[in-house]
Design a protein around this ligand. Structure first.
Ligand SMILES: [Zn+2]
Length: 253
């Protein structure tokens, strides 16, 4: 099965239809962001298309890179200078394609970041909430309290989450959204959640969690988004019989 290849366009089309990229209003282009060679035998995946990931992909002789956080974010400096120049030079100079999927990868029901978090934490998905249904609701059979959930997160994500709220609070519906979705705490409360978890935390999140009595868990932006892109990479590799390598560039945030 391995060591086959796929044309860049065929891979782009497969990912576009699998992730339904046209249904989202996103802050960046989803799909092929930088065009490299036509034929892809080795796909490298990672959370963010940072220089360390690109350098590793070059070392691994990758033909294409697939990430959750790519380039060309709305409102960013459009000039090709400094770090952006170096990154693009690395990709173009080595003829490596860059594919990036942001909200479509958070949303996907199987290989998405949130679906993969549910799997990792053994949560039974029972609903969605918020804009574009990016928030998820679920239940846990084995966990009884917020503290138990925090300990499971620490074990599975290999990172100690920041808990704002009462660790003895009983769990009913658990709400989550990967990445920097701390601003969805209000929507999670409205959706009836007993606890909400995301990656990052902001100063106002603390007060809202305390005042509403709905605890908040900041589990790490990188840590909560490590799993979707890996699952998507595995799916593409199985579909086309190509080689896939996930590269984890650690990030404490
Ligand atoms: Zn993110």
């Amino acid at each position: 099965m391995l060591n086959k290849s796929v044309e860049r366009e065929a891979l782009a089309q497969f990912l576009a239809s699998e992730l339904q990229i046209t249904r989202f209003r996103d802050y960046c282009p989803n799909g092929l962001q930088v065009e490299g060679r036509n034929t892809i035998k080795h796909l490298v995946t990672g959370v963010t298309a940072c220089q360390a990931l690109l350098d590793k992909a070059v070392e691994l002789s990758a033909d294409a890179i697939l990430v959750h956080h790519g380039y060309f974010w709305r409102g960013e400096d459009m000039r090709i200078v400094t770090q952006k120049q170096k990154r693009l030079k690395t990709l173009l100079g080595n003829d490596i394609s860059l594919f990036a999927y942001h909200l479509p990868l958070d949303h996907h029901p199987e290989v998405g970041n949130n679906a993969q978090l549910a799997k990792l934490l053994n949560l039974e998905v029972c609903g969605r909430f918020g804009e574009d249904e990016l928030g998820w609701l679920g239940k846990s059979v084995q966990l009884k309290t917020v503290g138990q959930l925090a300990r499971l997160i620490e074990e599975k994500l290999e990172r100690t989450p920041i808990l704002i709220g009462d660790q003895n609070q009983l769990l009913t519906d658990i709400a989550w959204c990967s990445g920097a979705a701390q601003n969805m705490l209000g929507a999670a409360i409205e959706a009836g959640a007993s606890v909400y978890l995301s990656g990052e935390i902001s100063e106002p999140t603390v007060h809202l969690a305390r005042e509403s009595g709905v605890p908040y868990l900041a589990c790490g932006h990188h840590a909560t988004e490590r799993y979707g892109v890996q699952a998507l990479g595995r799916m593409a590799a199985e579909k086309f019989g190509i080689l896939h390598t996930f590269v984890d560039v650690d990030n404490p945030v």
